[in-house]
Write a protein that binds this ligand. Structure first.
Ligand code: FAD
Ligand code: NAP
Length: 431
């Protein structure tokens, strides 16, 4: 009615900030009260069964029980709904999470199938339905961050009135651990391929128009392709298209493209096949994975990045994120290990950044330098780390991130622990 009578009203933007649904008739129980109720119910039921309820096993059992209940509580707060106009279908997911953001929302609409995944901690909520009718390729995702409302807006093909949204799939409306969800892939188009060094390329992949996917800082995706008749999957860490030199504003990227910096190995199964992809070819890209959390860099003063070869890739977004968003950051020091000068990725840009931003320093260390190399040489070692990894002041909040070949990472972590850094102060990027 509103649309018919007040056509000029932009109801979509008005609805964006609203919670649509029925007014609750039951008073909502505050989480604190419900926790006390859980505690009470648990111990009363235990006491009725067995008076020795304060044994450790009971306590552990209780913790498990409380965990289950809090998960159920979370699940109950997640729900979805849908509505339509003559031309649009809007699916709304109510998460009631106050810190909802674009990185926590992954939506794909392929053929007539909608898949909307919401990440909540280490769990995921899924809406997955096969539509009864066709929709166009275009899709808009609006996220009202403060109220945790996610709106997926699709354009109908034809102005048919939909009687129902469609058929729910097996995993529809489930809330389970992320790691149990399995990887979901979509086909992305290779739109450009540029040389970074003699063996490393920057690939730009375009996401389908009906995909909403933002890979969080420090996380990787899996690429999947058929190589010699077999399906092969390998992880790669998305990077930025270039290294920004100005960190005053958070850099906004269109979200439609994914950039990957990939080293092509002369006898590499996957990378050889990847190098043979032509512009316009497609490759399957998974949902993000990885255990790095932005909270690890909150209130950070010193950040050390130890990278070997393509182990530089997770450091790119991390550098950009911390220099832009972490206000108390005093120093970022990148210690970049390579075989030769020709292997150094984005060397000029890193040197430019070090000149421009006084918080940032870069040190190149070569293991197989030519005679002309006047810089540092060697491999990761305890003495080298004690020289480069130092707090800017006593007790400063520090994080040391490390990434490279597995033995490099493992040795590095051990040296850092021997130097007195705690587990929380070290983050190793691995699969
Ligand atoms: P394979 O057929 O597996 O190996 C062939 C030869 O290549 C080996 O004999 C060896 O000489 C060399 N080789 C292969 N893999 C390695 C290796 N891991 N370390 C050293 N030498 C190797 N790579 C990137 O280029 N960019 C990235 O952003 C990136 N991100 C990654 C993220 C994660 C979480 C992990 C675990 C790995 C990442 N890698 C990245 C490595 C990537 O997943 C593959 O291992 C690599 O591309 C080689 O695959 P391949 O099939 O071509 O080589
Ligand atoms: P590379 O060119 O072979 O090596 C880079 C530097 O690391 C060289 O100085 C090399 O010295 C040194 N190095 C290699 N192996 C070492 C070891 N065992 N101990 C100490 N130093 C060692 O590296 P690359 O081919 O680019 O490989 C990069 C690695 O990073 C891959 O294994 C990739 O899987 C990994 N990676 C992981 C992630 C992640 O987990 N998130 C992301 C990106 C990349 P030498 O001259 O002695 O070889």
């Amino acid at each position: 009615l509103l649309i018919q009578v007040h056509r000029w009203v932009n109801y979509e933007s008005m609805l964006k900030e609203c919670l649509v649904g029925r007014m609750a008739v039951k008073p909502v129980v505050a989480p604190k009260v419900s926790f006390i109720m859980i505690l009470y119910n648990f111990f009363v039921s235990k006491l009725m069964k067995d008076c020795s309820c304060f044994y450790l096993s009971s306590l552990l059992e209780f913790i498990q029980y409380a965990k289950q209940v809090s998960l159920i509580w979370l699940l109950l707060s997640l729900s979805y709904d849908w509505f339509q106009t003559d031309s649009l279908i809007t699916v709304v997911i109510y998460t009631k999470q106050k810190d909802m953001n674009a990185e926590l929302v992954i939506v794909d609409c392929q053929e007539k199938r909608l898949r909307g995944e919401i990440i909540v901690g280490d769990h995921s909520y899924l809406v997955e339905v096969d539509f009864d009718h066709e929709v166009q390729e275009d899709m808009t995702v609006n996220i009202a961050e403060k109220v945790g409302k996610v709106e997926i807006i699709l354009k109908k093909k034809g102005s048919i009135h939909w009687k129902m949204l469609g058929q729910p799939l097996e995993s529809h409306n489930t809330f389970i651990k992320r790691m149990d969800r399995g990887l979901f892939y979509r086909r992305c188009k290779l739109v450009s391929k540029t040389e970074v060094t003699h063996d490393t390329r920057l690939l730009c992949l375009m996401l389908p128009k009906s995909t909403h996917l933002r890979v969080p800082t420090g996380q990787h995706v899996y690429l999947k392709q058929i190589v010699a008749g077999t399906e092969v999957v390998k992880p790669y860490t998305p990077v930025l298209p270039f290294l920004p030199l100005d960190f005053k504003q958070p850099s906004h990227h269109d979200g439609a493209h994914l950039y990957l910096m990939i080293k092509i190995y002369s006898c590499g199964l996957f990378t050889q096949a990847l190098d043979h992809l032509q512009i316009g070819d497609y490759i399957c890209v998974s949902n993000p994975d990885g255990n790095f959390k932005k909270s690890q860099v909150q209130a950070l003063e010193d950040l050390f990045l130890l990278a070997a070869g393509t182990g530089f890739t997770p450091m790119i977004k991390l550098l950009n994120f911390t220099l832009t968003e972490v206000s108390c950051l005093r120093r970022v020091r990148l210690i970049f290990f390579n075989k030769t000068e020709d292997d150094i990725l984005w060397r000029n840009r890193l040197e430019e950044l070090a000149l421009k931003d006084e918080r940032f320093e870069v040190h190149f260390i070569l293991s197989q330098p030519t005679k002309e190399w006047v810089g540092k040489q060697g491999k990761i070692s305890s003495s080298l780390l004690s020289e480069f990894v130092k707090r800017s002041r006593k007790d400063s909040k520090v994080l040391i991130c490390i990434c490279g070949p597995t033995p490099f990472t493992e040795q590095g972590v051990q040296y850092l622990k021997d130097l007195g850094y705690s587990q929380e102060e070290i983050h190793a990027f691995t699969a």
